[in-house]
Design a binder for this molecule. Structure first.
Ligand SMILES: NC(=O)c1ccc[n+]([C@@H]2O[C@H](COP(=O)([O-])OP(=O)(O)OC[C@H]3O[C@@H](n4cnc5c(N)ncnc54)[C@H](O)[C@@H]3O)[C@@H](O)[C@H]2O)c1
Length: 392
């Protein structure tokens, strides 16, 4: 049977890739050790997503290993060997703020982990396509050197600039710029993925994501901006905007649209490719615009405050030009725009809240039942009353 190996399979993009490849006949082997909980705490745990995949997808097998462990990674690849047709590598430490707190952990997961996977792929399944979820942070803060103009609710690129109409393309320099340590560890991995295509002829591609989003995100303060904004809107938690007057612009692509890109690449793979992969001019917003949209869709006023301190290396304006990918794979297109994406995120958070409340009610019921059992046991032990009497 054809095997797809997905790393980070319980994360936003990984889980979406699992569902897509499983629905198209692949047996999917997912690697994920829930390190997201270690990075960002319990609220960001992806255990719920793993449980969901295991209970709903019959041709899914979960492997709880760390991609930093070459021996374990090799074991998984050796087991399936040349039956592996595609590797979708999404496991990562994904936050540039977090990377500064533990640079070695960040680098070992993002760079060494990627090298381990490339080597395993080269040894056991060199014909497989290898898809890497890179990031627009490989360009560092070079996008901030573009000529920007300040509008009422957003920064915009000067209309006369060649990137203004379609966004930033793959010719943007990755040099002499502040990347953040996360950007560096991702760039090292990005270069490795390209090199395994160019040097060894493997079918590798880097997808340099803008904001990747969707209902499957375990959003948290340091990662998953739209998902975290929605969470704050629904809970009333405070949201702090970092710098740029809240007018910083991001393009946002739904996880389902991104994994469709992976699918198209896998149908006709190329060697050592690089693609910018985001919402492009099709789906983008500023922080202020995202907040208004979420307030409208949740019918709640958000508790937002502002600090002048922007995140180091953070982009002021970033919109991906996806035309290179579209010229190689003209059958791919977006299924979601910004509004439908945010609507889905709102609905999924509301559904998760309903589940949590139902679980809390259930646990309260269980608790009171067990209290009754304890009282009954006590009464029986002391012979003080007939159980039927107490139960009634
Ligand atoms: N979400 C975004 O906005 C965005 C933007 C650009 C690029 N990316 C990149 O896309 C990829 C996927 O992002 P996401 O939003 O789905 O992230 P995510 O955090 O939701 O998923 C990543 C998964 O990888 C797992 N993981 C982390 N370290 C691991 C390790 N050492 N061994 C095994 N599993 C490990 C985590 O537990 C998590 O479930 C990442 O490579 C990220 O850098 C994301």
């Amino acid at each position: 049977m054809d095997i797809a190996i997905v790393t980070g399979s319980a994360g936003l993009i990984g889980a979406e890739a699992v569902r897509l490849f499983a629905s198209r006949g692949y047996r999917v082997v997912g690697i994920d050790n829930n390190m997201r909980e270690y990075f960002f705490g319990e609220e960001a745990s992806t255990a719920w997503s793993r449980a969901n995949l295991e209970s709903t997808i019959s041709n899914y097998q979960h492997v709880d290993i760390d991609i930093r462990d070459q021996a374990f990674v090799n074991q998984v690849f050796a087991e399936f060997n040349s039956d592996v047709r595609v590797v979708i590598h999404t496991a990562a430490q994904p936050s540039h703020d977090w990377a500064a707190s533990q640079p070695q952990v960040d680098f070992s997961v993002n760079s060494n982990g990627t090298l381990n996977l490339l080597e395993a792929c080269r040894e056991f399944c060199p014909e497989a396509s290898f898809v890497y979820t890179s990031t627009n942070k490989v360009y560092g803060d070079n996008p901030n050197q573009l000529p920007l103009v300040e509008l009422d609710t957003r920064w915009e690129l000067d209309p006369s600039h060649p990137f203004a109409q379609h966004g930033i393309d793959e010719t943007m320099s990755v040099d002499q710029t502040t990347h953040s340590l996360f950007g560096v560890s991702k760039l090292a991995a990005d270069a490795l993925v390209q090199e395994y295509g160019r040097y060894f002829g493997m079918k590798t591609a880097c997808f340099r994501g803008g904001c990747l989003t969707g209902p499957g995100h375990s959003g948290t303060r340091l990662h998953g901006f739209l998902s975290y904004l929605v969470k704050c809107a629904l809970t009333g938690d405070a949201y702090i905007i970092n710098g740029y007057q809240g007018k910083q612009v991001r393009d946002n692509i739904h996880s389902a649209d991104l994994v469709e890109m992976f699918w198209h690449f896998h149908q006709h793979p190329r060697c050592g490719e690089v693609y910018n992969a985001g919402g492009s001019r099709h789906s983008h917003c500023s922080m202020m615009e995202a907040i208004s949209l979420i307030e409208e869709l949740t019918d709640r006023k958000m508790n937002v405050s502002y600090t002048d301190q922007n995140r180091i290396g953070d982009h002021i304006w970033y919109v991906s030009d996806t035309r290179k990918f579209q010229s190689h794979y003209p059958d791919w297109n977006y299924a979601y725009d910004l509004r439908t994406t945010v609507e889905e995120i709102v609905e999924s958070h509301a559904r998760r809240d309903r589940l949590v409340s139902a679980e809390a009610r259930q646990s309260a019921t269980n608790h009171s039942e067990s209290s009754i059992e304890a009282v009954l046991a006590d009464l029986e032990r002391t012979g003080a009353a007939s159980c039927d009497l107490v139960r009634s």
